[in-house]
Write a protein that binds this ligand. Sequence first.
Ligand SMILES: Nc1nc2c(c(=O)[nH]1)N[C@H]1C(S)=C(S)[C@@H](COP(=O)(O)O)O[C@H]1N2
Ligand SMILES: [Mo]
Length: 423
Amino acid sequence: MKTNLTRRALLRSGIAAGASVAAGGTALAEGSPDPLITETQDWASYTGDAVDATPYGLPIRFEADVIRRNVPWLTADPISSINFTPIHALDGTITPQGCAFERHHSGAIELAKENYRLIVNGLVDRPLVFTYEDIERFPRENHVYFCECAANTGMEWAGAQLNGVQFTHGMIHNMEYTGVPLRALLEEAGLDAAGDLADKWVYVEGADASSNGRSIPMEKALDDVLVAFKANGEALRKEHGYPVRLVVPGWEGNMWVKWLRRIEVSDAAVQSREETSKYTDVLEDGVARKWTWVMDAKSVITSPSPQQPITHGKGPLVISGLAWSGHGQITRVDISKDGGMTWETARLGKQGDTKALTRFYLDTEWNGESWLLQSRAMDETGYVQPTKDQLRETRGENSIYHNNCIQTWALTPDGIAENVEVS
Ligand SMILES: Nc1nc2c(c(=O)[nH]1)N[C@H]1C(S)=C(S)[C@@H](COP(=O)(O)O)O[C@H]1N2
Ligand SMILES: [Mo]
């Protein structure tokens, strides 16, 4: 017998005596007392922890499974590697820093605020050095943005590979950043020396051994790029670039330089390793696409999914997932239960923020059918998330990065979901 009796179910069964309960709850049955209700429980027999037991709290131990996970065989060494956000277990849109995916090329470093220096040099009127305190004295802004590694879903190009949405789509997080527009720091250094800004670039690099240098066109640098020092209200975690990282809204995660140490204004792109040998997309004919910065619209169902089977039996079911677009707002998400033959429009948790995760729901009924579950996102530009075949037609199968195709979960009559390919 199910024992997860909710207060709502209790009230309902009290009112409609004898009537069967429609959703979620179990009708209070006469003659079968539930000890969780009738007996005094441990947690009511003793006092709990004092207010100073956890000066900085962690999730309760029952949630110990909701953690970042690594796929050891993906990379040669965990120092230059990636772990994945447990998106199957989260709801809403904000990713707690403690379980937000990490990607490092030479490990997460420890850089104290007092040792932090940010250099702005190159084609500027006055080369400048900012300390952490200097940055805090510029007018700051708050914005929620997603950060998606271009390699997210990269293992799925050839066929269904990893059996969990955490692993197929978990190279993403979504946080509220506090920071100073990059524009303000560039203007402080002065851009007259750069002349016509239309063809200028900024080269950004980190203080870690890899430096992870990237070239950003001046137009983007002056638009919405942030030099951020807080995420979700608190200091950036070490893993995410403490004390200062770059936030490049809608653009591939690699450009979000952590432990930001230098910004150089230049008249050409640097053509660094990270924008030539890596983070380019080799097409069928061997030619590589370059400067593929924007993350196109994408979505995925997070529940049910392989790590989140249906365990509550038949009846009401909440299908839930995430959608995002580097081009702006998500305007609509559709859900298919038959592998893309027919579609129903999902409900957006709230109107999507620009370049941020949007939560969607479909409140539906499941009566033990086998489904091929898919979601399909649309953004404010009218762009529609492609099928795997549509993507392969234009991109071939040599790519790793920028796989934003429609994902399929095969749901069985037991409520188990598997990663399958429906082209
Ligand atoms: N300095 C530095 N910045 C970096 C990296 C790095 O290794 N070093 N990795 C990049 C990559 S590839 C990604 S996807 C994002 C990941 O950010 P996160 O670790 O906060 O999730 O940081 C980017 N910024
Ligand atoms: Mo990345």
